[in-house]
Write a protein that binds this ligand. Structure first.
Ligand code: HSE
Length: 428
C-alpha cells in the first residue's frame, strides 16, 4: 500500500524530506508498513514552480491548494509554509476534509493550536508537530510518551538555534551581531523574519507548546514574557564570565504552588549547568521531574535535515496508525485546567547592571532600594566606567517577580542612575 502526501511549501525543511525518503526508504517503509509518496507539492506561483523544476526537483508542483485538499488519494498534508496565514486556513481546510496533518509551525500551534487540535479530534484525524519545538530533538513525543509516568516540575530550554548560534559566534569568535545573523540566515536556521529569533518570540512559541506537553496546561502566548538577545552587551558577557556564568537565551516553564509560569529571557547560567555548554545551533531541553530527577535532551534545533527528520517521524507515525486503524489519537493526551502562577510566587536570583555617578554614597542608595524591598545582595562589583560614572553589577539572592518590578521601577526613577540591564540568574 502507498500512502500519499501533499506538501504545502517547498522551502528549506520540505526539501529535506525527499532525502530521507530516498536514503532511509527501507527502514521508513518497515516502520510505516507502507510506501510513502510525495504526490503533490504546493508552491506560491508558476515562477517558483518553474524555478524548482529547472533545479531538477521532479515533483507534481501545484499552485492551488484545492488540488491537494480535494484529492481523495492524499492522506497526509504536511504544512511547512510557516507563519499564521495562509497556513492556518489551509490546515483548517485539510482537517475539515478529513486529512491528517503534520506541521512544524510553532507560531501557528502556539497561537491557534487549541482550535486546530480540537478540530482534528472532532474529525478523528491526526495533527502532529514534533518538529515545531527544538527541530531535530524528539522532545514532544518524549514528554508525551516516555515521561508519562513522571511529574515534570520545570523545563528549561535553549530553544532558539539562531540566537544560540549568534551568541556563540559573538562571544567565542568575536563576530558582529550582523555577521552572525547573516550567517544564521544563510545556513537556514533563522525564521523568514529573524526578529522572532532574536527577540525571544520563537522560543516563547516553543515554551507554549512545551507547557502543554510537560504540564498539560495551554497557556496563551501573551502570558509568556519574552526578552531577546539584542540588548545583551559585551560588558554583560564579560562580567558573566568573570563571575562564573554563561549568558544564554533560556525558556523557563515551571510549576510553583500557585500555578504555571513561562518566560523566555537572557539568563545567567552557572558554567557547570548542563545548558551552559549548549553551543552553536544546538538546542537542549533540560527537564526537572520527580521521577527521573534531571534529564537533558540535546540536538540540533534548526536546519534542513534535523527538522525534516522530525517531520518524517510524524508522517511515519501517521502512516502506521492508518494501517493499524487507530488514527485520531491526540498527539498529547495530558490536559488539565490552566492556572497561571502569581508574581509573588515566581522567584529567582537577578543580575542588575547600572551606571551610577562615581561619588560617595551611591552603593548606600542602591542598598537602601534593595533593602526596602527586603532583597539582599549576593555579589556586588563596581568598575570605573569613565571620569564621572561607575558601572555597578549586583547579583541578588532570590526575589519574586513583584519585588523585581518594584526594584526596577525605583531604579528607573532615580534620575542619575541608568539601569543598563537586568537578567535572571540560575543557581542555588
Ligand atoms: N528559527 C528557529 C531557530 C528554527 O533558530 O531555532 C527552528 O524552530
Amino acid at each position: 500500500m502507498t500512502i500519499k502526501i501533499g506538501l504545502l511549501g517547498f522551502g528549506t525543511v520540505a526539501s529535506g524530506i525527499p532525502f530521507l525518503l530516498t536514503e532511509n526508504g527501507e527502514k521508513i517503509e518497515a516502520a510505516a508498513h507502507s510506501d510513502l509518496e510525495i504526490a503533490k507539492v504546493l508552491v506560491k506561483d508558476d515562477d517558483e514552480k518553474n524555478r524548482l523544476l529547472a533545479a531538477g526537483n521532479n515533483y507534481n508542483f501545484v499552485t492551488n491548494v484545492d488540488e491537494i485538499l480535494g484529492d481523495a488519494d492524499i492522506d497526509i498534508v504536511v504544512e511547512l509554509m510557516g507563519r499564521i496565514e495562509p497556513a492556518r486556513t489551509f490546515i483548517t481546510k485539510a482537517l475539515e476534509a478529513g486529512k491528517n496533518v503534520v506541521s512544524a509551525n510553532k507560531d501557528l500551534i502556539a497561537t491557534h493550536g487549541k482550535e486546530l487540535i480540537s478540530l482534528a479530534q472532532d474529525k478523528g484525524v491526526a495533527f502532529y508537530y514534533e518538529a515545531a519545538v527544538a527541530g531535530g530533538i524528539p522532545i514532544l513525543r518524549t514528554l508525551a510518551n516516555s515521561l508519562t509516568s513522571d511529574k515534570v516540575t520545570r523545563i528549561l530550554g535553549v530553544l532558539n538555534g539562531t540566537s544560540n548560534f549568534m551568541m556563540t559566534k559573538m562571544v567565542d569568535e568575536g563576530w558582529t551581531y550582523e555577521a552572525a545573523l547573516k550567517t544564521a540566515q544563510e545556513l537556514g536556521y533563522a525564521e523568514s523574519d529573524p526578529t522572532n529569533d532574536v527577540e525571544g518570540i520563537d522560543a516563547a512559541y516553543k515554551a507554549v507548546i512545551l507547557s502543554q506537553f510537560g504540564f498539560g496546561m495551554t497557556i496563551d502566548f501573551d502570558d509568556v514574557a519574552h526578552k531577546g538577545i539584542s540588548n545583551i552587551t559585551p560588558d554583560d558577557v564579560t562580567v558573566a564570565q568573570e563571575l562564573g556564568y554563561v549568558i544564554k537565551l533560556v525558556g523557563d516553564v515551571q510549576e510553583v504552588a500557585s500555578g504555571l509560569s513561562a518566560e523566555v529571557s537572557p539568563t545567567f547560567l552557572p558554567k557547570e549547568h548542563p545548558l551552559a555548554s549548549v553551543n552553536g545551533v544546538m538546542n537542549a531541553v533540560f527537564v526537572e521531574s520527580i521521577g527521573i530527577g534531571e534529564s537533558m535532551y540535546y540536538g540540533p534545533g534548526a536546519g534542513q535535515k534535523p527538522t525534516a527528520t522530525s517531520v518524517v517521524a510524524d508522517i511515519v507515525r501517521i502512516a502506521r496508525r492508518l494501517n493499524d486503524g487507530n488514527i485520531g489519537k491526540p498527539f498529547n493526551e495530558f490536559s488539565r485546567p490552566t492556572q497561571l502562577a502569581q508574581p509573588d510566587d515566581i522567584k529567582a536570583k537577578y543580575y542588575f547592571a547600572l551606571s551610577v555617578p562615581d561619588r560617595k554614597g551611591q552603593i548606600l542608595r542602591l542598598a537602601e532600594i534593595f533593602n526596602a524591598e527586603d532583597v539582599s545582595f549576593e555579589q556586588v562589583l563596581q568598575q570605573k566606567a569613565n571620569g564621572t560614572t561607575a558601572r555597578v553589577v549586583i547579583i541578588t539572592h532570590e526575589l519574586s517577580k513583584t519585588q523585581l518590578a518594584n526594584i526596577t521601577e525605583k531604579l528607573q526613577a532615580q534620575v542619575d542612575f541608568d539601569l543598563l540591564n537586568s537578567f535572571k540568574v540560575l543557581g542555588e
